[in-house]
Design a protein around this ligand. Structure first.
Ligand SMILES: [Zn+2]
Length: 224
């Protein structure tokens, strides 16, 4: 899975002050020789900081109280929900996260304890979400690109009254975007890979499956 795709799905809104604070390997021992070697210690803490950061950003599937999958969040955010008593863990990783006083297993799937009504279309119209919907695929040439090599194309150009909407914006590589210019796809001899649509429940499920494909624990909630 590409880093860009991951980054698109769960945000990093949560500050370092969140409750859970350090990931420690299960067999970490204070007698470890690196504690007597400052350079090794610095290296080790750098490695641990990196491991901690990436573990805290691993995706966690969020279920509604009814077990319906509704979202994907990061471990950090999921742990806050657990500690606040808003959610309970349904599936766990083997890894542990340590806060000042306690050790916590890292969640893989959590469930909200109170039912939350999810509006049909709650996704904001944004570049990130358009690229997600289009799976980072240029909708004209059909090739997959990193996010940095994609732009958004107004199918009906703005100069011709095209709006910035889910139905009129698509992921597009710079090459196709340049050659299309200020023309409609028909005028430019281009064909859209798919008709652009707003995010639907179906799109969200597909994305959750893609994000969770490495985690067997998600399967039974996503039915595949
Ligand atoms: Zn293209």
């Amino acid at each position: 899975m590409s880093a860009t795709r991951k980054e698109g799905v769960y945000s990093r809104r949560f500050a370092a002050s969140d409750a859970a604070s350090s990931v420690v390997p299960p067999n970490d021992s204070p007698a470890d020789s690196r504690f007597h070697n400052p350079a090794a210690l610095r290296r080790a803490s750098l490695v641990e900081t990196t491991a901690k950061r990436s573990m805290m950003q691993e995706p966690v599937l969020v279920l509604n109280a009814t077990y319906e999958p509704i979202n994907v969040t990061a471990v950090r955010r999921a742990m806050v929900l657990l500690l606040k008593g808003v959610a309970q863990a349904e599936e766990m990783h083997n890894a542990e996260v340590h806060s000042a006083a306690n050790a916590h297993r890292v969640p893989s799937v959590i469930r909200l304890l109170a039912y939350r009504h999810i509006p049909q279309q709650s996704r904001a119209l944004s570049r990130k979400n358009i690229l997600l919907r289009d799976r980072n695929t240029c909708q004209f040439c059909g090739r997959v690109f990193p996010s940095s090599e994609l732009t958004l194309d107004h199918v009906v150009p703005r100069s011709r009254g095209g709006r910035s909407s889910w139905e009129n914006l698509v992921a597009c590589c710079y090459r196709c975007n340049n050659s299309k210019g200020d023309r409609t796809p028909e005028e430019a001899g281009f064909k859209l890979a798919r008709r652009p649509r707003p995010f639907t429940l179906h799109t969200s499920r597909q994305l959750m499956r893609m994000i969770g494909h490495r985690d067997e624990r998600w399967r039974k909630y996503l039915f595949y």
